[in-house]
Design a protein around this ligand. Sequence first.
Ligand code: HEC
Length: 439
Amino acid sequence: MYPVWEFPYLTSGIILGIIAAFHILPSHLSTSLMWFNVLIERKAYKENNLEYLNFVKKNTLLLLIFAYIFGSLSGVGIWFSATLANPKGISALIHNYVWGWATEWCFFVIEVIGIYIYYYTLGKVSQKLHLKIGYIFAISSWITMVIIVGILSFQLTPGKWLESGKFFDGFFNPTYWQQLLTRTFFMFSIGGLFALAVASRIKNIEIREKVSRFSAKLGIIGVILGSLFLSGYINSLPKSSYEIFKNLNYSALYKFGTYSIVLIAFYFLFILIKPRYVHIVPSIIFIMVAFLGIWSGERLREIARKPYVINEVMYSNQIISKDLDAKGVKSEVEKFQKEGILNSFFLRDQIFRDWEKSDILLKGRILAKIQCSSCHSLQKSGLRPLPKLFESLNIKTKDDLLGFFDMLETYSFMPPISGTEEEKEALALYLERIIEGGK
Ligand code: HEC
């Protein structure tokens, strides 16, 4: 059992969620915005009007700065926070998908080099060659999505991999295609919003309107087809996800998600009809609307998997819940019941030099961090704060708490309690202390 990163008030899961939701903007932009470039660039050569290239230049600069600075930084942020929040989950994913990530990395390198070549060779190499560079970039960039969606969707629906343990059985899992197509089309909507922001800065009115109309058209096609595949994706979710949505009230996230899609569709429609009204301020407002929608959608996608980090196999608190014969992995539930969680705790010998004499509250505190802190704040306030939740259930004493632990497995969205009887006592004592207001 690895040490746990407890992030006070917010929980480590939310920190990872915030970084990951932000990353969606630049990452989906990097996969979509180049299509706007190459299609407008082609139009420029076809109509023999190089004024269009002003847009291409500005748009590429935005892509370069936003996607390849903020996108790369937040991408590293995801790795960093995910590794801290759930080292064993990341380790399991790497053991299965290291070659997936290695392949993605190769295409990512093509992207990173490609964007600079594309930007600095505009107007300096032949038109045909420049377009080719653009297409190579756009396709390589989309391939990174093709790969990462395999790993992301595997976490929710590992499918046949559960029996075979084979790379592609997990990769092409029951929600893979729907998620890939949803993201592929919505990426054009995200790209459309950014392209409109860039288009609004073009001085030549005729070009500004033409580019705006084109961007809104591509954007609205993205919204319509993306929504279609999104409903297919929602239908393909496992039954357990529906149960969790039903048990927990997440209607606000649903509403945010739906409203943002509808609002963005109307904005594209408006610009399609009246491109002369394109302006930087509404464009930025709608990028923020998109961010709210992304936040809601990605949160719901993560919640659909509760209480697992890899569905059916590993709980969010890093405890393996099932035997995986194909991988030679054994469930840890019984082992922890017999031997205890702290017995396998990485820092056991450093923290508890003399096991028998060690402070029981300290043991309880570490157990709470391991078992509860990925989803609950251990402070009085913050995200699902444990002291408050217990107060509202009128659970105060150690014995009440021990009774509650037995009930944990009846909650579809929480892992059951783990550990020996002695460890449960220690956890109950610590929780009793934090309900009273101590540390
Ligand atoms: C995978 C995430 C996850 C883990 C791990 C987790 N919980 Fe929860 N827990 C939840 C969610 C989600 C809720 C629902 C909160 C809400 O209704 O807003 C919840 C609710 C609760 C409630 C309120 C239940 C009710 O009926 O109102 C208590 C008490 C609780 N958890 C205790 C714990 C304890 C103790 C642990 C550690 C042993 C733990 N949880 C581990 C996700 C988790």
